[in-house]
Design a protein around this ligand. Structure first.
Ligand code: 6R9
Length: 634
């Protein structure tokens, strides 16, 4: 949100000679210009890094704007690139995944083993009647089987919809309903801070509300006793031992534009949007950005410490590193468990070279001081990445100096669920300004505009837009083309700009400074939540008649949720009710959406058309000027 303090820093950090010598892309300006002037040619060249069953007729089909298509006429499957082609060379015996549980258990899988696991899972899904194009919902902790399940869906042309394991049954049920899923894949549960987390009972609650579900496959992970319903529920390990789950499964030859996944994200209304991504363009875009921005080399160990349930996990934990044949490090657990050195201990233990996390995680660990990372040899690190929200210069510098020993570039990547992959970020060779995500990635022309779509002068705040299509872009909102077109496109007449929903500035050097969301979307600990979802959760409690949610700056979380509630007639708010409401929201939406507080109020500031003016609530809470109140009711 707009209150995030990004002070313009005059400091510039230049890459070392070693970083420059190692760079996968040695030069930016010329290639950038070339990529924008010859966009289709540029993307065709990048697409040549991948394996196609049949090449495209057309790189970009823009005949039905804003429903752009990429690499039309081609046959492709992302799994053919993420696994199959690696089986033909030495990558076959290289580790694809090293997974560590919170308790310290380690499981690792070579590309050969990954292929076996994914093939078995794919055959299991087939035996359950899963068909090409069908949406399979996945609700799991961060275990290797989650990755297998995603890849298994993709392998047979089914569409996965991963619902973050921290979401509640209501949120899960709403997503199952929107996707009309027939099959749900879940696990008995996971672990967090040494305590088992029960997922299956949440899945059971969700399934009570989800008449479309016919089959639920449960992976055994934490050993909790769970309730299984006969004819509907199957243990994965039982199915896996059946002859149908053979370890040979042909990868389905798909069309480039066949759907790969839906990922639900928060927007301005209470109904989450299922952003739809497709096989080929997404594969080309994510693998190109991953290779260029992080200087990934075949021998590298890559750790994206995000949950696969979010877009960062989809694009940079699962798909792009596998396409690029890297070794992925995965961790299921809290970053400071049992001690705040957990991540750094793992960096040392596995010799991680490239590390990608969020500002909120950095700020959270920074609180514990330098002595925790300093206990470890972090010299394997070459590049550090940041994603999810603006990184404040203080956290940037700590990350740079303490974790990266002042030698690793910080790749601050701006992007969204909708964009599929990173849109604005430095290359390792780019001079850095702490707090700026620097320059657009190849092929992207970004601008900061006013309400008419005219570019604002350097240094002034405006709306961030992208002026061109790119291969990784979402194709639509699942089942709602109209909403997609009106929400993201078509505000500026002839100018076909993609509206990001963020406000930003561009400085005199062309560096982009993202300020935050302009709409009613909050980034809380890097998680994207809608104020409308939080409000409707509050209102679903019988005591509440109206509610408002706002974000206020928080030292670690970036933003924290604060709420206001008007109670039903005759009710009086007290501490106990406040606690009950906070827990109610957590139950409805998930722990991450639990508000810091609930203030009981008599009225809420509204426009004459009845919209809650959250801007006014925010200004009051911060003791700031309330700004233009001309549209305020009464
Ligand atoms: C990848 C992801 C998207 C929103 C986006 C913006 C914020 C993400 C950022 C950033 C400043 C960065 N955001 N990265 N803001 N600097 N490097 O986070 O996707 O969950 O869809 O959120 O996150 O506000 O609009 P998603």
């Amino acid at each position: 949100m707009a209150d995030n303090s990004i002070e313009k820093s005059s400091e510039i950090y230049h890459p070392s000679a070693e970083v420059v010598a190692n760079a996968n892309v040695p030069e930016y300006e010329q290639l950038y210009q070339y990529s924008c002037e010859n966009r289709e040619q540029f993307w065709a060249e990048q697409a040549d890094h991948l394996r196609w069953y049949k090449k495209w007729d057309k790189v970009l089909d823009d005949s039905n704007k804003p429903f752009y298509k990429w690499f039309t006429g081609a046959n492709f499957n992302i799994v053919h690139n993420a696994i199959d082609r690696h089986l033909e060379d030495a990558t076959r015996n290289k580790l694809a995944i090293i997974w560590e549980s919170e308790a310290g258990a380690v499981r690792s899988f070579s590309y050969h083993a990954l292929n076996r696991e994914v093939s078995k899972f794919a055959n299991t899904l087939k035996s359950m009647g899963v068909k090409k194009g069908e949406v399979v919902t996945i609700y799991m902790p961060q275990v290797p089987e989650l990755v297998f399940a995603m890849l298994a869906c993709a392998k047979i042309g089914a569409v996965h919809s991963v619902v973050y394991g921290g979401f509640s049954y209501e949120a899960l049920a709403a997503r199952i309903e929107d996707a009309h899923s027939r099959v749900l894949i879940t696990a008995d549960g996971g672990f967090r801070r040494g305590k088992p987390i029960d997922l299956k009972s949440i899945a059971n609650e969700a399934m009570k509300r989800s008449p479309t579900i016919e089959v639920c496959i449960t992976v055994r992970n934490n050993g909790l006793d769970v309730e299984m319903e006969s004819e509907r529920d199957f243990w994965y390990h039982d199915l896996q031992s059946l002859p149908v789950a053979s370890n040979k499964c042909e990868t389905e030859v798909l069309d480039s534009e066949d759907p790969l996944f839906i990922l639900y994200t928060s927007g301005t209304t209470g109904k989450p949007k299922g952003m739809l991504h497709t096989h080929a363009g997404y594969a080309v875009y994510t693998s190109t950005t991953h290779r260029c921005l992080f200087d990934v080399k075949p021998e590298d160990r890559w750790w994206c410490a995000a949950d696969p349930g979010w877009i960062t996990g989809h694009s940079y934990l699962v798909y792009s590193p596998l396409i690029n044949g890297a070794t992925i490090v995965m961790y299921e657990g809290a970053p400071n468990y049992p001690y705040p050195n957990r991540l750094w201990q793992m960096v040392e233990k596995y010799g991680v070279n490239l590390f990608y996390t969020s500002p909120t995680a950095i700020r959270g660990l920074m609180r514990f001081g330098e002595r925790w990372p300093q206990r470890h040899d972090l010299s394997s690190l070459r590049i550090l990445g940041s994603v999810g929200e603006p990184i404040n210069p203080e956290a940037w510098k700590w990350y740079y100096e303490v974790i990266g020993d002042s030698k690793c570039p910080i790749i601050d990547t701006w992007w969204q669920t909708e964009t599929g992959g990173v849109m604005i970020a430095p290359l390792p060779i780019t001079p850095l300004k702490p707090g700026s995500c620097t320059k657009p990635f190849f092929g992207n022309e970004v601008a900061v505009v006013d309400d008419e779509g005219n570019e604002v002068p350097a240094g002034e705040e405006g709306k961030l837009v992208i002026k061109n299509p790119w291969p990784g872009m979402a194709r639509t909102i699942y089942g709602d083309d109209e909403r997609y077109a009106s929400l993201y496109w078509g505000d500026y007449g002839d100018k076909e700009y993609y509206k990001a929903g963020d406000s930003a500035k561009v400085d005199e050097d062309g560096y982009v400074w993202v300020i935050g969301r302009m709409d009613e979307v909050l980034k809380v600990s890097g998680y994207r939540l809608g104020t409308a979802e939080i409000e409707s959760a509050l209102v679903s409690h019988q005591a509440v008649s109206e509610a408002a949610a706002i974000g206020l700056p928080h030292e670690v979380k970036g933003n924290a949720i604060h709420t206001y509630a008007i109670l039903r007639d005759g009710l009086v708010g007290d501490k106990a009710l406040e606690q009950e409401l906070k827990e109610h929201v957590a139950k409805e939406l998930g722990k991450i959406a639990q508000p810091e507080d609930v203030q009981f109020v008599e009225s809420l500031p509204k426009t004459r058309s009845g919209k809650i003016m959250r801007r006014v609530l925010r200004a009051r809470a911060l003791g700031q000027d309330e700004g233009d109140l001309s549209t305020l009711e009464e």
